[in-house]
Design a binder for this molecule. Sequence first.
Ligand code: 5GP
Ligand code: SF4
Ligand code: MG
Length: 461
Amino acid sequence: CGVFGIYAPDEDVAKLTYFGLFALQHRGQESAGIATFEGEQVRLYKNMGLVSQVFNEDILNQMPGTIAVGHTRYSTTGSSRVVNAQPAVVNTRLGSLALAHNGNLVNASELRTHLENRNYNEFLTTTDSEMIAIAIGAEVDQGKDWLEAAISAFNLCEGAYSLVIGTPEGVMGVRDPHGVRPLVIGTLGTNPMRYVLASETCGLDIIGAEYLRDVEPGELVWITEAGMASFHWSQKPQRKLCIFEMIYFARPDSVMQDESIYSYRLRLGRQLAKEAATDADIVIAVPDSGVPAAIGFSQESGIPYAEGLIKNRYVGRTFIQPTQSMRESGIRMKLNPLKDVLAGKRVIIVDDSIVRGTTSRKIVKALRDAGATEVHMRVSAPPVTHPCFYGIDTDSQDQLIAATKSVEEIAEQIGVDSLAYVSWDGMMLATQDNANTFCSACFTGDYPIPVPERLKRSKLM
Ligand code: 5GP
Ligand code: SF4
Ligand code: MG
């Protein structure tokens, strides 16, 4: 998911949030929502679909305020329905709060029981995100102020959560003690200084905000009329940023933990070429996610980079199924091979990851149909062998092709002449950072935040 927040009394906060979400669209395409605060009055608008489908100028014009929070969703818990769209709004003793969540709690059912035991049992949704909002509301109702209430609630939450929370007083930005999901702070103008929160720096760039720094793991920033205050509320923060953000999920023009995502992916491609070069005529990418690594592979190996697949940028999510005859003729909605580039060539194709292997198999077939004489696949992440419990939807373990098959078996299944993945060490080397500051559990099964047995059983073989 993508989250965004802003405190800016002299700006059109709804519109700025719209543009922020627009830049974070890649983080979730199911639903979008914005909540604004004009003093005590909260206005919420959310619906299914892309940001540009959900909002228009009229809707945004009816959302005045000094504070706004926004969300783009892709579901990891809770079904894909409009009630589950965010922000989640909850009424409390001190007024409403609006919460936007990126991540996934691992103790959602325990948290729900805890809340039900305190007579909070009116859940509108099936999401862990609403539970966090209700937990904060419950603490407020006990007499705490916003800050104390939020910190008490976070101490009940286990798992991954980057949150942006709007209240009548100000906006909060929070990361869980492991900082699994990203969240950055930006400034907008200097006199007066306005603050912005976004999942990624690309959400700041689009509105002309300047990147200040990341919210730290276990940190809460509280942005009010008085400016920005920081609270390190966790006793033992331990940096474990999701490495899959770096490899695949984040936009290449974002910066995370002081690293350019694009440069990281380029280095991954170089590392991959060092580990698994082979003779070929051209290097191509699976667009868009494989492009930086393919360029890096080409630079390191000296094999020319070419465009071999053209992507329809407007596919997005289509709800209209292709006709039977389209399906039979193998029509490719998303990627179309360039025959004149591929015919008669030995091709190295680079992608960022193989998850189920279904996409890769179709692509390899398309390359051969277009006349490629050899197809060698190179993958800029190690084999995905374990499911994610922290907010990336990489499926249950039995769906992951590398969980049950060797590299040779996968090569055979997807129909390539050779297949190689970057090594785990190589992936970590390319980060230029300390390996133990990242979560890489989907490649190792070494989960940095303990996953309760019951939840494990739901996704592990
Ligand atoms: P596969 O061959 O496993 O079917 O698909 C691999 C492709 O899926 C890669 O191009 C990669 O960019 C993309 N991918 C990787 N992780 C995810 C994910 O969590 N969700 C979705 N929708 N695609 C992913
Ligand atoms: Fe990211 Fe994988 Fe860890 Fe999930 S398990 S947080 S996808 S590195
Ligand atoms: Mg891809």
